[in-house]
Every structure is written in C-alpha cells, then in structure tokens.
Design a protein around this ligand. Sequence first.
Ligand code: C2E
Ligand code: MG
Ligand code: MG
Ligand code: MG
Length: 290
Amino acid sequence: YRAKRTGERHIIYDPGMQTFREEHLSLLGDLQQAVEHNQLTLYYQPKVNLATGRADEAEALVRWIHPDKGFIPPGEFVPFAEQTGYIREVTRWVLAHAIATAGAWALAGRPVKLSVNLATRDLLDRDLPSLVAELLEQASLSPDYLCLEITESGLMADPAKALAVLQQLRAMGLSIAIDDYGTGYSSLAYIRRLPVTELKIDRAFMIELVHNDSDRQIVRSTVELGHRLGLKVVAEGVEDHATVALLRAMGCDQVQGYVFAKPMPAEDFIRWREALDARNLSADALSPSP
Ligand code: C2E
Ligand code: MG
Ligand code: MG
Ligand code: MG
C-alpha cells in the first residue's frame, strides 16, 4: 500500500508524467467523442473460400477518423482503449454497427457472415452475451452470420470467466475464431476444450510459406489437425497467388489477405463482391498454380 502511495505521489510531481496524463486524458476524451459522434467506421476485408472461389464472409475492422489527426488505425487506439477500460464502449459500437450492417445485407438477399474482433477485456464482460442477443434481435440477424474473433492472450487473462462467456456465445449459435493462431503458447490440445469453431493462422506463417520448409510443415499440420478437430481453418495476411495455391493444396478453407483485397468501406466491399460474382470464377481460376 505504501509503495502504491509513493508511486502516486511520484506521478503527481513528475512534470513529464503530468503531460503524459493530460495527453492521455485528452485522447480518452477524443475517443469518447468518436464513439458518441460516429467518428469510428468499419472497413470490411473479404475471406475468400478456396473451394468455391466465393467471398461469403468478411472481417469487420475498426478505423477512427479523427477530426484533426485524420485516419487512426486500430493498432494505435485499441491498446489505449484497453488500458483505459474504454474498450467496452468501442466494442459495443463495433458490434452494433457490424450486426446492423450484416442484418441489412441479409435482408437485401445477399448475406455476408461477419467476423468481429473482441479485446481481452471483452471476454470478462458478463453482459456481452445478452448485448449480442439483443443486437441480433434488433437487426433480425441469424447468429449463423456472426463470428467473434478472440486471441489466445484474451483467454489467458481469466480462463474460467472467459470460458463461461464463450460458452454462452457459442450456445447462442455464434461462431468463435482464434485469431493470430500460432503466435501464442496454447496448444490445440487446450483449444479443443474451448467452444471454438475456427482457427485463423497468423500472417507470420504466410510471409515465407512458399520458401520456408518449417513454416510449411507447421501450417500443413495445423490445417490437418484443425480439420480433425472439426475446426474451419483460415489463413490471414496472404499477399501472393503462389501462397494461395499452396494453401489450397493443403486443404485450407479460406484466405484473407491483400492478394484478394484490402479492408474497404462497406459500399466498396459490396461492389468488389458483385464484381467477383459477375466474373463467376471457378476456385481454380482464383488461385492459378504458379
Ligand atoms: P487482426 O484481427 O489480426 O486483423 C488483421 C489485420 O491484418 C488488419 O489490420 C488487416 O488490415 C491486416 N491485413 C489483412 N491482410 C493483410 C495482408 O495481406 N498483409 C498485411 N501486411 N496485412 C494484412 P488492421 O485493420 O490495422 O487491424 C489490426 C488489428 O487491430 C487487428 O488484427 C485486431 O487485432 C485489431 N482490431 C481491428 N479492428 C478491431 C475491433 O473492431 N475491435 C478490436 N478489439 N480490435 C480490432
Ligand atoms: Mg481479427
Ligand atoms: Mg489476425
Ligand atoms: Mg493480428
């Protein structure tokens, strides 16, 4: 207790820290404004099915359009929002908008299954399942069209609490993906005990996949083991066609990456997908052998 008090006094009298806290507070204020005044927006990146060549799924990725600072990517404010606890509001904004958008697309007759990223803290929010249920209801969206992405570290913060929240979400019929898979320390033996439906293999394994034998062995066995455990397997961050062809030969289910499209505003995503449909490509044409 004494150490903590000393620490607080230290912070109060350190002029550098004071500036830091002020900047922090003003950024937090800005973020609150952003959520309240819709300065956040969602971009959509297609997940392309390697068996059909279609893009019936996409990941929703948040962006902050700051009135003075311009475009702020999530890597620069999501960690800050987590530290300050404000992530709860950001997640709620993202869920509300993603679910409303997926609802509108389904109603228009061409549904898209959307993936939404959750932060570590979100998994400790016992109110999350009922919030999601309410939003699905408002948007008349079936839970079949929503996937929540979590990370291994998100599970480790408080595994028992996270498991309880995940089980409720899964019981509602949502899909659950492990994001950035392979960068943490959890084994598939641990993951198979969780109510997970999908593995997203991290981009780190895609960069050298064509040339690096050990990356190839890891990805190949992850795809196989994932399938044996009944999981869908997605490769993220794929930038070239040679890698797509290799992943397809390995039986990987979906690819998400710049090779097909960058994340884009909703209208652009819809147009992109219409163009893909119009070309009516077979999956073979989508990933020509190198
Ligand atoms: P993530 O969930 O792993 O999302 C994939 C990131 O990789 C995205 O970055 C995407 O733009 C990028 N990416 C996709 N394909 C490629 C590629 O081929 N090459 C390269 N170099 N990058 C690619 P983004 O949108 O900047 O998001 C970064 C991270 O921020 C996300 O990683 C996720 O952890 C977090 N994030 C994004 N949106 C949200 C959100 O709504 N809520 C929360 N809690 N976190 C979010
Ligand atoms: Mg993700
Ligand atoms: Mg990822
Ligand atoms: Mg990532």
